[in-house]
Design a protein around this ligand. Structure first.
Ligand code: ATP
Ligand code: SF4
Ligand code: MG
Length: 327
């Protein structure tokens, strides 16, 4: 089956942060994730990536807007539907140590997760070795405690738990950033393999643009609670159309053997922005090297530029010239 699996429509998530101030962690996100697609999500710290991930799997509700899953609005109170939605959407997050109960064996953690979903004892017993194997762990690990296995193995156990209920959608929030470099590729390959063999859809959140570019079909770039560019992987490096994406790209080295060469770095003006005071017009304008007068007044809409490629910038046509200055 193809087509939309998850859809965010005008999703906002606001927090009150004292003295009547509102922090806009998400400020109108529209997004579609197709069946079988792996979408990357990048952006600076505090841009709202984890908030979006948690909202899409239903761990928190939007303040405004809707999350549609398999054509169904997830803002429902029907117990049976809620249970099904919980089973079908799973989250794998950054720190595998925090995600596992230190007083429970891996097997007990997996069993608890399945029982909550209504699995019977016998079915659970049969299922555990199967999912450990799929996550690349020996079945004997069911008897181990989290502190008795390595960080990479703990992340495998967390992934085993996520896939145990046979979900359709996984949000992986910085799944390798707490791991040492040598295990990162293994965990990414495990996720890719599971995604392919099970036809899962995945939202992969990462600070590391090269991880995302390597793994995902499309990349969403977030800035201050909004998606400002959605771009197919093949053209992410060559032809981005939002200056913020260009700035993120300028920070990573270009492979140019035998020496790695740095691109000319595009340094952004000012501080990392504060989501409790979102600038007028284009939210990126105080830091944008291409800003003009219109940018401070009018909030640019997401414009479709090509199939699978859209950007929210009044001057997206001029981004290629900015990119060529960075070479
Ligand atoms: P990082 O890359 O550091 O993980 P992120 O992009 O995942 O950052 P979020 O964790 O989604 O960012 O946070 C977005 C914004 O919302 C931040 O400014 C954060 O401080 C704020 N925020 C998140 N949760 C809450 C909360 N419960 N109460 C108040 N503010 C919050
Ligand atoms: Fe920069 Fe203006 Fe484009 Fe915003 S709309 S990204 S300020 S050029
Ligand atoms: Mg985060």
């Amino acid at each position: 089956m193809t087509g939309k699996l998850v859809e965010a429509i005008g999703v906002a998530r606001h927090y009150r942060v004292g003295r009547g101030r509102i922090l806009r962690a998400l400020d109108g996100v529209d997004l579609v994730i197709d069946r079988g697609e792996t979408l990357g999500l990048v952006g600076e710290s505090g841009s709202g990536k984890s908030t979006l991930g948690r909202t899409l799997v239903g761990l928190q509700m939007p303040s405004r807007g809707s999350v549609i899953f398999e054509g169904q609005d997830t803002a429902t109170r029907e117990r049976a539907v809620l249970r099904l939605l919980r089973r079908k959407r799973q989250l794998v997050f950054q720190d595998p140590s925090g995600a596992l109960n230190p007083r429970m064996t891996i097997g007990a953690t997996l069993a608890e997760h399945l029982r909550v979903q209504g699995w019977g004892r016998q079915a659970v017993r049969e299922r555990i070795p199967e999912i450990l194997e799929q996550a690349g762990l020996p079945s004997a690990f069911a008897g181990r405690y989290p502190h008795e296995i390595s960080g990479g193995q703990r992340q495998r156990a967390v992934i085993a738990r996520a896939i145990s209920t046979d979900p359709d959608f996984i949000v992986a929030d910085e799944p390798v950033s707490a791991l040492d470099v040598s295990t990162r590729a293994q965990i990414i390959n495990l996720l890719r393999g599971l995604q392919r063999t099970r036809g899962l859809s995945m939202l992969l959140i990462s600070h590391d643009l090269s991880v995302v570019a390597h793994t995902c079909t499309r990349v969403a770039v977030m800035y201050l609670g909004r998606i400002v560019e959605l771009v197919p992987r093949e053209i992410l490096f060559a032809a981005p159309r939002h200056p913020y994406t260009a700035a993120l790209l300028s920070a990573i080295p270009v492979p140019d053997p035998p020496r790695e060469r740095m691109r000319r770095r595009l340094i952004l003006k000012g501080e990392t922005p504060d989501p409790s005071s979102v600038p007028s017009g284009c939210r990126f304008h105080p830091r944008c090297p291409m800003a003009t007068e219109i940018c401070a007044r009018i909030d640019p809409e997401m414009k479709r530029l090509a199939p699978g490629h859209s950007a929210a910038c009044h001057h997206s046509d001029e981004v290629p010239a900015l990119m060529s200055k960075m070479q």
